[in-house]
Write a protein that binds this ligand. Structure first.
Ligand SMILES: O=C[C@H](O)[C@H](O)[C@H](O)COP(=O)(O)O
Length: 230
């Protein structure tokens, strides 16, 4: 599986050109991309990156990739990031690693987003992977009630769980928030659910990435498949 992730990352690297401003994704697949990009930079390629998490920042710094922030640059040319699920419209579930908020801010500031993944992430309908929703700790129960109402309105239902870290304590995001994982099974109308969740005051951001990805690079045993958003 790790080999497939690396193949997808290597393919995406072909879209990187000298002088580009890049969004650097988070997770085990994006990690390969950052490592390979670091090799290009060591070879003389000039790019500048905006990391989507503190973990990616640390890795990019270790690879000597020059970094900037969205306060210092206007738009980014390209973001390359992983995903937990990709559907045929190239809508995504992201946030399995807890980085969805910065990932979405960076993707939305990019002219283009390439999603890299092994082909097990490709699904007909989003939702088998629990949907991560980043929330403010204050008023958690009220936020979860509002989330349940949003689920009902968009025709889905399922258990919600507050994410815990490996140490058993509540997982805290880079932004200081918590994550509720919603086990919905099948999200028939992801754009509608995305819109409803965005209206809830205690929801900082959710892991549905609608209309942000332009290209998906999926690596499988049969080779690499590149899917463009129609
Ligand atoms: O918060 C994490 C990100 O959204 C990741 O891009 C996503 O979870 C996929 O990660 P991985 O490449 O490790 O499967």
């Amino acid at each position: 599986m790790d080999g497939l992730k690396r193949q997808a990352a290597a393919q995406a690297l072909e879209h990187v050109q000298d002088g580009m401003k890049l969004g650097l994704g988070t997770g085990s697949t994006a990690r390969h991309f950052v490592e390979l990009l670091g090799e290009r930079v060591a070879g003389g390629m000039k790019v500048i990156g905006v990391p989507t998490s503190e973990a990616t920042r640390a890795q990019a710094e270790a690879c000597n990739i020059p970094l900037t922030t969205l306060d210092e640059v206007d738009r980014l040319d390209l973001t390359v990031d992983g995903a937990d699920e990709v559907d045929p419209a190239l809508n995504l579930i992201k946030g399995g690693g807890g980085a969805l908020l910065r990932e979405k801010i960076v993707a939305a500031a990019s002219d283009r987003m390439i999603v890299i993944a092994d082909d097990t992430k490709w699904v007909d309908v989003l939702g088998r992977f629990p949907l991560p929703v980043e929330v403010i700790p204050f008023g958690l129960a009220a936020t979860q009630r509002a989330m349940a109402a949003a689920f009902a309105q968009s025709g889905v239902s399922g258990q919600m769980g507050l994410r815990k870290g490996r140490d058993g304590h509540v997982f805290v995001t880079d932004g200081g928030h918590w994550i509720v994982d919603a086990h919905l099974g099948r999200i028939a109308d992801a754009p509608r659910l995305a819109g409803l969740l965005s209206l809830i005051p205690g929801v900082v951001e959710h892991g549905l990435f609608i209309g942000l990805a332009s290209t998906a690079v999926l690596a499988g045993a049969q080779g690499i498949r590149v899917v463009e958003r129609r």
